[in-house]
Ligand binder design. Structure first.
Ligand code: XMP
Length: 319
């Protein structure tokens, strides 16, 4: 049996042999897989690695700054941050359909990434955070959501157009092994054991049309929910938890005034494989605290609901 340290040593050697003195490009999302690849490649080839981090305006609260803090500041990884919020929100304007929104976000991501990549001279390799289950999934099905997921996250369209060779050091590993590698490489525990976050981000957690105001409210509500989950020890007991923005207005009272504002839904699930899931039986006291905080701290929210739908038939995400 291999230890994380041995796997890292082995992959570092392999990457050095494959890459030589050439340059490697990596799309860094802040998710576990691409983060571990960044740390691993940095160890293997240092400044021959350039990461591109696209801030699409659909990330969680402070996420972009955290990615830059961890990689650029602490680890000294070369990361180019592209602030593309206006571009993404502009392209999404008026679009209400979930799958159309996914396509727009995925295609825009590829455009932005492609443009950044073309500015960097002498790149021969594209690194990807493909892990073993991705390899199986894409072999098993070329259609459906699994494919959509990977085509966005692992930048499926790029190698052909850019004629880059692939570097995929996690191809033979399962998620729990990837996490152990991440810790061994010195990534923060909270980053390595973070709940999964979909490629289209808040774009599929704002129902219908995506607007900046909605995204800002959702980011704050989500941050409160996650903060309370962590404080109560429930973050580790749930597999995925998040807030959803419902573009529905509801009446409330604050002091002697009437409030007519938006609705936030909370979703938390327990699952092993994300194919089926049970809604998490969070304590009432916790839900009460989260709900009170969201309504009291966020002017734009007048009501909070908790989603008690299991998968199937409901999906984990609302769109
Ligand atoms: P559903 O909603 O299908 O979600 O029950 C199952 C898991 O997949 C994630 N998910 C996505 N991930 N791009 C992604 O990268 C997507 O378009 C996408 N849709 C759903 C979801 O967050 C959950 O972990």
């Amino acid at each position: 049996l291999w230890t994380p340290a041995q796997i890292i040593e082995d992959q570092v050697q392999r990457v050095r042999e494959q890459v030589g003195d050439r340059h490697v490009l990596l799309g860094l999302s802040g998710g576990v897989d691409s983060s571990v690849v960044a740390a691993l490649l940095h160890k293997a080839i240092g400044t021959q690695l350039t990461c591109v981090f696209v801030d699409n305006g659909l990330l969680r609260k402070a996420e972009g700054d955290q990615v830059m803090e961890t990689f650029a500041k602490h680890m000294g990884v070369k990361v180019i941050r592209v602030d593309a919020e206006d571009l993404f929100l502009g392209k999404l304007k008026g679009e209400k359909d979930p799958e159309a929104k996914r396509k727009i976000i995925g295609n825009t991501f590829i455009d932005v990434f492609d443009e950044e990549a073309s500015k960097i001279d002498g790149v021969d390799f594209l690194a990807q955070g493909t892990i073993y289950p991705d390899v199986i999934e894409s072999a098993a099905s070329k259609t459906g959501k699994a494919h959509v997921i990977k085509s966005h996250h692992n930048v499926g369209g790029l190698p052909e157009t850019m004629k880059l060779k692939l570097v995929e050091p996690l191809r033979e590993l399962f998620k729990d092994e990837v996490r152990k590698l991440g810790l061994e490489l010195g990534l923060p525990y909270d980053m390595v054991y973070r709940h999964p976050f979909p490629g289209p981000g808040l774009g599929v957690r704002i129902l219908g049309e995506v607007k900046k105001d909605y995204a800002d409210i959702l980011r704050d509500a989500d941050a409160i929910f996650i903060e309370e989950l962590r404080a109560s020890g429930w973050y580790e007991k749930t597999s995925q938890a998040f807030a959803v923005f419902l573009p529905v207005k509801s009446v409330g009272v604050v002091g002697d005034g009437r409030r007519y504002e938006w609705v936030i839904a909370l979703r938390a699930v327990e699952t092993i494989d994300f194919m089926t899931a049970r809604w998490a039986h969070l304590p009432y006291e916790l839900l009460e605290k989260v709900s009170n905080r969201i309504i009291n701290e966020l002017e734009g929210v007048s009501r909070v609901t908790y989603d008690v739908s299991s998968k199937p038939p409901a999906t984990i995400e609302w769109e």
